[in-house]
Design a protein around this ligand. Structure first.
Ligand code: CA2
Length: 166
């Protein structure tokens, strides 16, 4: 079964309780429930975690090397500051989708830069909680395609006639 790691960064545990004009009224719990429901529908296993600690997020990304085929991450404020999270994503070679509730490109200048985008498979910003389910659909499709391509490449390799020594 395909396994996807979903990571929420700092302060996202406060969703739905404060700053509703920017981030809406949906709680993180409700977002996680929607992700899990879609995952069941798609036949994908999801492991969902939230942390306010940069190093913890880095460790979880590193752990994704074994047993996970994809990562969905909203690095929250670390998006704009964390070379450590960027390096971890680049190091693990697991496709990662960056999600933001708000459209970071329409907000303050300091939110326009993402250290993550350059190593991510895709970035989704501005769709609110729907961004997470869009990410899961897109990532699942990508993983399925990748599996097929890798499988076809292996088959072709296996069918190729063996070269004789001169
Ligand atoms: O739009 C997003 O998803 C962000 O990643 C959210 C981050 C922000 O720093 C990024 O620039 C864009 C902030 C998450 C904080 O969430 C809160 C939720 C409720 C109350 C206070 C903060």
């Amino acid at each position: 079964m395909v396994r996807v790691l979903v990571l929420h960064g700092p302060n996202l545990n406060l969703l739905g309780t404060r700053e509703q004009s920017i981030y809406g009224s949906t709680t993180l719990e409700a977002i996680d429930a929607a992700i899990s429901e879609l995952a069941d529908e798609l036949g994908v296993a999801v492991d969902i975690r939230q942390s306010n600690i940069e190093g913890e997020l880095v460790t979880w990304i590193q752990d994704a090397r074994t047993g996970y085929q994809g990562i969905i991450i909203n690095p929250a404020a670390y998006t704009h500051t964390s070379i450590a999270i960027r390096d971890a994503i680049a190091a693990v070679n697991v496709p990662a989708v960056e999600v933001h509730l708000s459209n970071i490109h329409q907000r303050e200048e300091f939110r326009h830069r993402s250290y993550i985008a350059g190593v991510a498979l895709a970035q989704i910003a501005g769709f609110g909680p729907t961004g997470y389910t869009l990410a899961l659909r897109g990532l699942s499709e990508h993983i399925a395609k990748q599996g097929t391509t890798a499988g076809t490449a292996r088959l072709k390799q296996a069918r190729r006639p063996k070269r004789r020594a001169p």
